[in-house]
Design a binder for this molecule. Structure first.
Ligand code: VG1
Ligand code: CO
Length: 541
């Protein structure tokens, strides 16, 4: 086939954020925009000739078009084979699974995760390395640098291929394998959790709702929960992936998964509820009238992991992102295993997982995972919970409250101020950095540590700075401020508030009530209302 070289000029701002390059669709559909970035990836990852690439996405608007383009470019870059999920579908954890299982030269995942989709919404792209995880900063920096100097890209001239037909076709000499995006992932899950125990749980009358939010996990959840585990038909809601996620915001939290939250309230409601995000790497866990904070979910899974067949030998260690609560640290301390604190973003867990230092990982942003892949994994977390529920035969609420009685509760909340002016957000962070806080008293609490979090990777020694401003108090309470690295419009300020509570009589308090003083301190200290014009956050989780 004919390889065509197209002359191009660099676009500013093709800098991958917390998880890949995310922009409005209107930005991505500009001529050469996607091509420039893809060529920058191919130019930055080493020799691509004769290699295999995994490719798929969350099914959002522009997914199919982007796949056709990437296939033509992969052929021109000399790849021998590209494995594409049927229909262009591949959840982020399933992509990681396939990259590892078939030892591909990494993969390209098309997703803007929990951001809305559609012609006026967001699109995203990221490269995952052969270990299966998101490219580390050294590679994303190289891709960005390349994007600033790119002068041409290459593609093979060919017709679109049929993405919905399983089997192998060719573009030039390159094989394109359209494969079932669910099968390998489901097979992996069967090795990690006790499917027989969960089948017995469902057979006993246990009821569940899973909200796929019209995003990528629909086909996975139908197959695994309903077909393999025997959950009643109808357990999976919003199970058909749509290009615009049905107009919703595919973010599994109390604000956006409102249908699920409504379904889980009241004495007649199901025993267990869960939701996942656009690309299937996040999870929200609910019991009847009970919400499990993601930080608590990580801690509970860590404490109960040996009930699941993949983890009967126990955990080597736990890793959590810095803003995630210290609930997992308490479990690690009791188990006598290390707990690592990394910057936000799954890419920082990769070295710890590869080195066998951590078995479970988690983030407060509804991300939980383990060393079975190198991404966070929404459905895996749901299956782990089902396994624990099947073995313990207690309610979600009882399991979590018993956990708090044993370990104490890290009362926690995150307040997001979305879509604020970038200059105001940066001004706020600069104002904070300049404060002389250590040793001072704030509303009756003494500040013991005040810094901008910096991390030295204990495996490869790489250093990441400016990862979030931390205010740690002597009594163990904590406030963290960060600017989001996944948004596509203005800036999003995230404020993370945490306070330890040992007294079981106070464990049942609503975190917004229990944390009211600390929340006020956080707002006052950063002058949030004065600087952003916002008296209240847009989303509270
Ligand atoms: C957010 C979360 C972070 C997560 C990232 C990607 O990043 O806070 O914990 O790893 O999204 O998740 P930020 O920079 O906006 O705070 V996903 O499901 O969007 O790939
Ligand atoms: Co996601």
């Amino acid at each position: 086939a004919h390889v065509k070289t197209v002359v191009t000029t660099p676009f500013a701002g093709q800098k991958p954020g917390t998880s890949g390059l995310r922009k409005k669709v209107s930005v991505f559909i500009q001529p050469h925009y996607l091509e420039n970035f893809v060529q920058s990836v191919f130019d930055s990852i080493g020799n691509t000739v004769g290699k295999t690439l995994a490719l798929g996405g969350d099914g959002r608007y522009f997914n199919r078009t982007a796949i056709q383009t990437i296939l033509r470019m992969a052929a021109a870059a000399g790849f021998a084979r590209v494995m594409v999920g049927r229909g262009g579908i591949l959840s982020t954890p399933a992509a990681s699974c396939v990259i590892r299982k078939y030892k591909t030269f990494g993969g390209i995942i098309l997703s803007a995760s929990h951001n809305p989709g559609g012609p006026d919404e967001d699109f995203g792209i990221k490269y995952n390395i052969p270990a299966g995880g998101p490219a580390p900063e050294a590679i994303t920096e190289a891709i960005y640098a390349r994007s600033l100097t790119i002068q041409s890209y290459k593609l093979v001239e060919s017709d679109d291929i049929d993405l919905d037909q399983l089997g192998t076709v060719r573009i030039g000499t390159m094989e394109v394998d359209i494969f079932d995006p669910v099968a390998d992932y489901a097979a992996l899950m069967e090795t990690l959790v006790d499917f027989a125990a969960i089948r017995a749980l469902f057979a006993s009358g246990f009821k569940m709702r899973f909200d796929a939010m019209h995003a990528v996990t629909g086909p996975y959840a139908h197959e695994i929960l309903e077909r393999r585990l025997g959950a009643a038909p109808g357990t999976v809601m919003n199970g058909i992936p749509l290009e615009d996620f049905g107009g919703g915001h595919p973010d599994p939290n109390l604000a956006h998964a409102h249908d699920l939250v409504a379904a889980l309230s009241g004495p007649e409601s199901p025993d267990f509820g869960a939701a996942s995000d656009g690309d299937g790497d996040r999870n929200m866990i609910l019991g009847r009238d009970f919400y499990v904070t993601p930080s608590d979910s990580l801690a509970v899974l860590a404490a109960n992991a040996p009930l699941c067949p993949g983890y009967t030998r126990g955990l080597a260690g736990i890793a959590r992102s810095m803003p995630t609560s210290a609930a997992a640290d308490r479990v690690a301390a009791k188990l006598g295993i290390p707990c690592y604190e990394t910057p936000t973003g799954w890419k920082f867990f990769g070295t710890l997982l590869d080195a066998g230092k951590a078995t479970l990982c988690g983030e407060e942003s509804f991300g939980t995972g383990s060393d079975h892949v190198r991404e966070k994994d929404g459905l895996w977390a749901v299956l782990m919970w089902l396994n624990v529920l099947a073995r313990r035969r207690e309610s979600v609420a009882d399991i979590v409250t018993a956990h708090w009685r044993e370990f104490g509760r890290n009362v926690y909340s995150r307040h997001d101020y979305e879509g604020i002016e970038t200059a105001a957000a940066e001004g706020l962070m600069d104002h904070l950095r300049g404060l002389p806080l250590v040793g001072t008293e704030l509303d009756g609490r003494t500040v013991s540590v005040f810094d901008d979090f910096a991390y030295t990777d204990p495996v490869d020694g790489s250093v990441s700075t400016k990862q979030g401003i931390r205010v740690l108090f002597e009594d163990g309470a904590r406030i963290v401020y960060r600017l989001s690295g996944t948004g596509t419009q203005g800036a999003t300020l995230r404020v993370y508030i945490e306070q330890y509570e040992a007294d079981p009589s106070r464990h049942g308090l609503d975190p917004q009530v229990a944390l009211v003083d600390l929340i006020a301190t956080a707002r006052r200290l950063a002058q949030i209302e004065d600087r952003t014009g916002r008296a209240e956050p847009t989303v509270i989780t």
